[in-house]
Write a protein of this length. Structure first.
Lengths: 277, 277
């Protein structure tokens, strides 16, 4: 069973059966949000470098980041050498590709005062420069659905508790063996107090299946609220949290659990979605 | 009425009302395809440079192209200067960002023999380096839904005729004043015989509203079939054609036509979709 005629490790084109499955998964996860009257916004898959810099992306994840540059066109001929453009072919990179979806939510609410606790959902194509790619399990670009809460600390924790339960129930219904693991890779500045804080309070939990993180729940305290100057009605910076789903990874582990029978995986997801709606 | 709190010209985050409208438009256009039992595939928003090079992208559109590079991380500190990374900060660019959606279809069928005439639909985030950005009318990244036919020349022309009629009927139903214009910008090599041929036979037609191309129908003859070695049962290279919809541009002209009343635009699209289903 092929996912694609173009099954290079870093890049995959999903065939119709895989496409149906990933769409059903996104319909399910976003459906949980929409059923709670959570609204959807649409972020772009590229940002000004200056915007991503606000989140310490180039401080904390320089190795994972990809930036986008235009080409010099004042030459007779602009062509790649051995499948790549060298630095001298490129203009400066003013745009960066996001490594996560939720940045769009903080930039959407940048410089605003929230009238009330707020949750939004959004999906994006994310990009990561990895040492090694593994098809659907680890792609250079993948699809991440997120649900992001902005409000009081208690409100943001409530979202994570609710969705943790839903994720675990859904995994059980589709017969996926899911383990909740406190993640150790620091989201915030590596050597800062926040990194120490994260280790102590385990602010990121991953849901792993097949030794792969397919979802996570994340507490950011008021880090993003401060960086984007998003304030609560009481004047404080907003606390935020997010729930994230790596959709291609769900496809990979479900396909594997059904021995490559994607039609069976689709039925299992559809039925589980109805039972957890 | 704001499309976003982050309404820079090159990049926009769609708010819930704009998101509902763009989703309804995509549901409508892809629905026309799905109703004909056309299957959907899912392309990535990034490719190997070597794959895009097959389509003469860097020969014909070097000025529009953006390439993706990782950063040097062996330095003490990797930080942008004045919101940009300079060439010396970047490793070679092995990946390129697509300027159109349909490349994914040709790469999906690369090196294959089609048992029968085939049509697929796919949507992607596309990227263009423009001199000037204008919000939803001209973004650095936008969403392009396409329907792509691969088969005999007659089969590919049949798709364009059918969808030309649908686009015109739908535009009429949503009260958009649409003009069909033979496009002069050459898709193929600028100085090659194909460019001359295109001018003579007008192989690209745009549908313009508000002085903006919001959809197009395109004939490629066997250019992509040859480049990706996609063969018909008779051994010939496949002919291809595509229908393309620039979704954010549809949102822009519909919002304008309804004086910014997005709820009214949504109802108009929904009703028109039902009448043209």
């Amino acid at each position: 069973m092929q996912t694609s005629r173009k099954s290079k490790e870093a890049i995959v084109i999903l065939d119709p059966a895989h496409t149906e499955l990933i769409k059903e998964l996104d319909r399910t996860f976003s459906g949980w949000a929409l059923a709670e009257n959570i609204q959807e916004i649409t972020p772009p898959p590229i940002y000004e470098v200056a915007d991503l810099q606000k989140f310490d992306v180039y401080e904390n994840f320089p190795h994972l980041s990809l930036v986008a540059a235009a080409l010099y066109t004042d030459r007779v001929r602009t062509q790649p050498t051995n499948g790549a453009f060298i630095a001298e072919d490129m203009l400066e990179a003013r745009f960066g590709l996001p490594i996560a979806t939720c940045y769009g939510a903080y930039l959407f609410y940048e410089n605003s005062v929230l009238k009330q606790d707020t949750t939004v959902t959004l999906v994006n194509r994310c990009f990561r420069n990895e040492d090694k790619y593994e098809g659907l399990r680890r792609l250079v670009s993948f699809t991440m659905r997120e649900i992001v809460a902005l409000g009081s600390f208690e409100y943001t924790q409530n979202l994570l508790a609710r969705f943790t339960e839903r994720i675990q129930k859904f995994a059980c219904e589709v017969s996926l063996d899911l383990t909740k693991v406190a993640a150790s890779d620091p989201f915030f500045a590596r050597h800062g107090t926040r990194a120490v804080m994260q280790k102590l309070s385990s602010v990121k939990h991953e849901f792993q299946a097949d030794e792969l993180a397919i979802a996570s729940v994340n507490t950011h305290r008021n880090y993003f609220g401060e960086r984007c100057r998003i304030r609560l009605a009481n004047g404080e910076f907003a606390f935020t949290s997010c729930v994230a789903f790596g959709l291609e990874r769900w496809v990979a582990v479900l396909a594997n659990a059904h021995q490559g029978d994607l039609a069976a995986a689709l039925v299992a997801v559809h039925n589980a979605a109805q039972r957890t709606a």
